[in-house]
Design a protein around this ligand. Structure first.
Ligand code: GRF
Length: 221
């Protein structure tokens, strides 16, 4: 396993001297990917590769612009989900990373994939989990007249959007908010939240102890 982070901390800055290797999985625009590219140095992250299940994902362009290797894995080439996921596993194993970041990756991952990389997969979800797992979270928040909405970063376990939540950012829902305006407000918060949590991870401060228990600096969250 690639473990390189935390081996040597710069005593003056508290940063790792060697960044943690990660792969980022996307399906679309990739604005979260962009915020990670922009913050990579600051958060001790080496983005080794970006993988998409959509050929036209704009995030692939962002990665190319940042000179990051990209892979498009076409789901249509695989009869069943497990075969697609096996391909993903073999690509990621070859790259040899310590962290898998889901950033708008719109596919459900099989238990085999999740168990293979147990404790090393993070996801960002646009709601205050456990509220509104799944899709259309902004409209659901408006429809149920929520006062507050936001985004959550969690470890990925076998339960869809159900892994233990690490940290959240909150926005107020305005009476004039539309799905679009709310999505914009939440995304802005996501771009702060994800780098923050990933930095905890790259500093080895964050651990998944068991499927519903995480620690930050040794304290149960
Ligand atoms: C974000 O809202 C994220 O929470 C969700 O998918 C969206 C991805 O946006 N998982 P982007 O592709 O990073 O712009």
């Amino acid at each position: 396993m690639a473990h390189r982070s935390g081996d040597s901390l710069d005593r003056r800055t508290g940063h790792n001297l060697v960044a943690m290797r990660a792969v980022i999985l996307i399906s679309g625009n990739g604005s979260n990917l962009q915020s990670l590219i922009d913050n990579a140095k600051k958060i001790d992250l080496e983005i080794c590769s970006v993988i998409s299940n959509k050929r036209a994902a704009f995030g692939l362009k962002r990665a190319e612009q940042a000179h990051i290797k990209t892979h498009f894995v076409d789901p249509n080439l695989f009869k069943i989900r497990e075969d697609f996921d096996k391909k993903l596993i073999s690509i990621i194993d070859d790259i040899d990373v310590d962290l898998i970041v889901l950033a708008g990756f719109m596919r459900i991952l099989s238990p085999d994939f999740i168990n293979h990389f147990s404790g090393k997969i993070l996801n960002i979800h646009p709601s205050l989990l456990p509220k509104f797992p799944g899709l259309n979270t902004h409209q659901k928040a408006i429809d149920s007249k929520e006062k507050y909405h936001g985004a959550s970063v969690h470890f990925v376990t076998e339960e869809l959007d159900g892994g233990p939540v690490i940290s959240q950012e909150i926005v107020e829902v305005d009476s004039k908010d539309t799905e679009h305006s709310l999505a914009k407000k939440v995304l802005e918060k996501e771009h702060i939240l994800y780098p923050r949590v990933i930095h905890w991870y790259t500093q080895n401060r964050l651990k998944l102890i068991k499927k519903d228990c995480i620690t930050l600096d040794g304290n149960i969250l």
